[in-house]
Write a new protein. Sequence first.
Length: 105
Amino acid sequence: MSLARTLIIFSLAVMVLPLSAQEHNVRPVQGLVPDAKTAIAIAVAVWSPIYGEKEIASEQPYVATLSDDGKWTVTGSLPKGWLGGTAIAVLSKSDGQVLRVSHGK
């Protein structure tokens, strides 16, 4: 089969694929992580299996701040007067990628 014929057949096959079979990707203008509430929900979902649900729940309230370069930094909190560290997560606002996960001591 000639290369030209193969390309024509391939092109026709792609054009008749149902839309559901073609890859679809949504990219909201405000990013996949548009607000602090979403950033916190993602961070808690990532932290819980690593550090344990009980430990992460004890670090409420959570704080999420957005940097100028489009990264959410989410941290836990300690009760007043307590010493120690909290969970930290850094997330990309645009695509939700988890860039960093850690827990202070």
